[in-house]
Design a protein around this ligand. Sequence first.
Ligand SMILES: Cc1cc2nc3c(=O)[nH]c(=O)nc-3n(C[C@H](O)[C@H](O)[C@H](O)COP(=O)(O)OP(=O)(O)OC[C@H]3O[C@@H](n4cnc5c(N)ncnc54)[C@H](O)[C@@H]3O)c2cc1C
Length: 419
Amino acid sequence: VPATADIVVVGAGIAGASAVETLRRSGFAGRIVLVGDEPELPYERPPLSKDFLLGTTLESRLFLRPLEFFAEHAVELRLGQRAVALDIPARAVVLADGDRLSFERLLIASGAAPLRLNVPGSDLAGIHYLRTLEDARTLTAAIQRAQHSTAGGRAVVVGAGFIGAEVTAACRMLGLNVTLLDVLSLPLVRVLGERMGAVFAELHRAHGVDLRLGEGVAAFHGAARVEEVVTTSGARLPCAFVVVGVGVRPAVGWLAGSGLKLDNGVRVDDYCETSTPGIFAAGDVACWPYRPVEAEAQWVRLEHWDNALRQGAAAARNLLGRREPYAPVPYFWSDQYDRQLHVVGHAPVWEQLVLRGDPLASTFAAFYLAGGRVRAALAVNRPRELVTLKKLVGAAVEPRLLADEESDLRALIPKPGNA
Ligand SMILES: Cc1cc2nc3c(=O)[nH]c(=O)nc-3n(C[C@H](O)[C@H](O)[C@H](O)COP(=O)(O)OP(=O)(O)OC[C@H]3O[C@@H](n4cnc5c(N)ncnc54)[C@H](O)[C@@H]3O)c2cc1C
């Protein structure tokens, strides 16, 4: 009979690592087992589409903590081990090698995995997805081969969301020719809307990207490796390699049939707890109630580093019996060329977009308003305003003052007690 772990964490990404660290920092002395299907210690994904591709961040700098840290904190690592099932009545996680890990409490932090394209030729070599360190190593090698090839390297990037836009920028900065394709009408449009999407379309074009919008992939051609992308409008694009970034889906396959409530990931309440008491979820895999000020709650599943870190920590405290609602201001960043984007809040719809500064300049901000309140904001190259912007999410403010570069944003922050 295998010993019971007090707490099992499935998924050794940011959310899982943040949770185990918080458990120990909170004084929890019970047995902790951290299960991860990747062979690596927990590491940072954001650099994989940015500085790591550019070669300015070395692989060794990606890891959150060295191996000794986990040993010192008595966190049992089961890396390179996939959880294949959850047996709720037995309170056990089943691993791919048949082992069963019993738990008293469980944290699901299995993250998300890339959606795959399914068109003729999509199994050819040279078609890359980017989620893991191993993916990034392979892509780096492909970029280097293209850089050194006399044929001149063209990369085709499929999907102009954040990952696709970042990879495009990195490849351009490394001197490759890049075609960026998207079936949608503008880059980043799902999150930032049309007005800002147009700004980033302009940015990529100004950097020499062949941006093709309203156009998808019909097929990939090549003998063994991809040599050409055929688009839905019939264009044929010769290429050295392809990168696909068309979104992710929550990694819940292993939970099928467990009885756990799944709906766009694992449904959790304000305390990160699932429909089954004692089983929690956090990070990219979790769908939780976001409660904006003076508006209806929304079920959200965020794919942001900051959310994984904070929700992992919040789940850990709730695993220990605290009743601490998880109520963050959502936040993420992105780097493209010399632009650093910060996005705070969450606004699936808005009524008004207020600009502060010229969006074609290298620095500006944009505020997304609904119901007279700031619901989200984008800031480009304004890192020092980030704290202020977070405090403005939910605030009822005069659009005129947001737009006026002379007015101090800090003065618009609601005073405690009269939001
Ligand atoms: C290339 C890239 C760039 C990004 N850039 C940014 C950025 O600039 N800013 C930002 O805010 N966010 C960024 N993100 C998103 C951010 O990295 C994610 O939100 C974050 O990694 C989510 O952490 P997580 O721990 O929830 O999930 P993950 O990081 O996905 O970790 C989950 C882990 O669980 C493992 N796993 C899955 N299923 C199982 C199973 N059945 N058994 C065992 N293990 C399993 C997975 O393999 C993975 O190792 C980026 C993501 C990528 C891929």
